[in-house]
Design a protein around this ligand. Structure first.
Ligand code: FMN
Length: 366
């Protein structure tokens, strides 16, 4: 695989983003960095973390400290997973193969998107622990087929994304004129039917059948019933939907606004997390993504009840800038930040990270 040099001033996830923005074709930047409509939710994903403050405790015994977690019956070294993202080959020739190698090197789970630009079967050969994400297909047999392919290739869990029956108002991409370059495509889906519905009348195409056959709770239940792998439902913001997902048989819920890429004007996941955990927290693990860029962000998410977090765009930034080494380095930087943040908060384990760490201005500090 291509050797790439990581610029020496790359000391945080933000540095990877800076180098990515400077190096990569503007149309591809528009797709990866892009958000829905005006980016209100995209920006709020970061602002919401900035609004939250930590109230650390001193002089705790930190001997034997660890970031290990239990998730779906397995012990994982870190509460950070790689979020599903389409088309890694947009930024690196080896695409998801390189990301998987970095995940294997650092012990992180990679969630492979159904829209990956490398076959899910080939990604499975890189030795990483994998989850597989799919958008429910109109033809449920196609979803079943994808699930069977992932299951038979050793994927450990399925993520069903429910917040994107449409791909969102991608004005940033439209302005930049983004189209998939030659040679990059959703190769896993090549054998299935086209999901595009022909537009018959002038005017808005959205209600001209685009949503006919889109997933509903009944379809989700059928997919979960069919799966021999644990299923997590991704893209939940309302606590009642979280409960519906659990009642449908989900083994986990991923609180997410898709990195601000689908519906603009929705709250940041970190702002709705505690409500969701209150509603379902004891039953299944709750994960969160959107705006995680620092170790302190992870601590804030864990403190508000997340079992783990997922990391999106920074993985593609690092892949673009440094290939396998870049992603491994970026994940290691974040792991170091997490350990520092836990240590400075007085937490030896993730169980010590709880809501008492969140500063509440209204609390009587007496
Ligand atoms: C370029 C790109 C492609 C994405 N593709 C998918 C996808 O195929 N499936 C999915 O469930 N989410 C997808 N997402 C959303 C991510 O899984 C995740 O929710 C989001 O990126 C988290 O926010 P962050 O980028 O601020 O970390 C994509 C995000 C980006 C940036």
């Amino acid at each position: 695989m291509l050797e790439m040099t990581i610029p020496p001033d790359t000391v945080s996830l933000g540095c990877y983003q800076r180098h990515f923005l400077a190096r990569i074709d503007k149309r591809i930047v528009a797709y990866i960095e892009g958000f829905a409509a005006d980016g209100i939710s995209y920006r709020d994903n970061f602002a919401a973390f900035e609004r939250l403050k930590l109230l650390p405790r001193m002089l705790k015994n930190l001997a034997g400290a660890t970031t290990q977690i239990n998730l779906l019956g397995r012990r994982l070294p870190s509460p950070v997973l790689i979020a599903p993202m389409a088309y890694h080959r947009l930024v690196h020739e080896a695409g998801e193969l390189a990301t998987a190698r970095a995940a294997a090197l650092t012990g992180h789970i990679l969630t492979v998107s159904a829209q990956s630009s490398v076959l899910l079967e080939e990604i499975a050969e890189q030795g990483a622990a994998l989850w597989f994400q799919l958008y429910p297909r109109r033809d449920i047999e196609e979803s079943y087929d994808l699930m069977a392919r992932a299951t038979s290739h050793g994927y450990r869990a399925l993520v069903i994304t429910v917040d994107a029956p449409l791909s969102g108002l991608r004005n940033v991409e439209q302005r930049a004129g983004f189209v998939l370059p030659e040679g990059v495509s959703a190769v896993n889906l090549a054998g299935y039917g086209l999901e595009d519905i022909p537009v018959r009348r002038a005017g808005s195409p959205v209600f001209q059948g685009m949503l006919d056959g889109a997933a509903d709770w009944d379809m989700l239940r059928r997919l979960i019933d069919r799966s021999s792998l644990p299923v997590l439902v991704k893209g939940i913001l309302h606590e009642d939907d979280a409960l519906c997902a659990v009642e449908a048989g989900a083994m986990g819920v991923i609180v997410s606004n898709h990195g601000g890429r689908i519906l603009d004007g929705v709250p940041a996941p970190i702002d709705v997390l505690a409500r969701i955990v209150r509603k379902i927290g004891d039953h299944v693990p709750v994960l969160l993504d959107g705006g995680i860029r620092r170790g302190t962000d992870i601590v804030k998410a864990l403190a508000l009840g997340a079992r783990a977090v997922m990391l999106g765009r920074p993985v593609l930034h690092a892949l673009a800038v440094g290939g396998v080494q870049g992603v491994a380095h970026m994940l290691t930087l974040l792991q170091t930040e997490l350990e520092m943040a836990m240590a400075l908060c007085g937490c030896a384990t993730v169980d010590d990270v709880n809501h008492h760490l969140i500063w509440n201005e209204n609390r009587d500090q007496g």
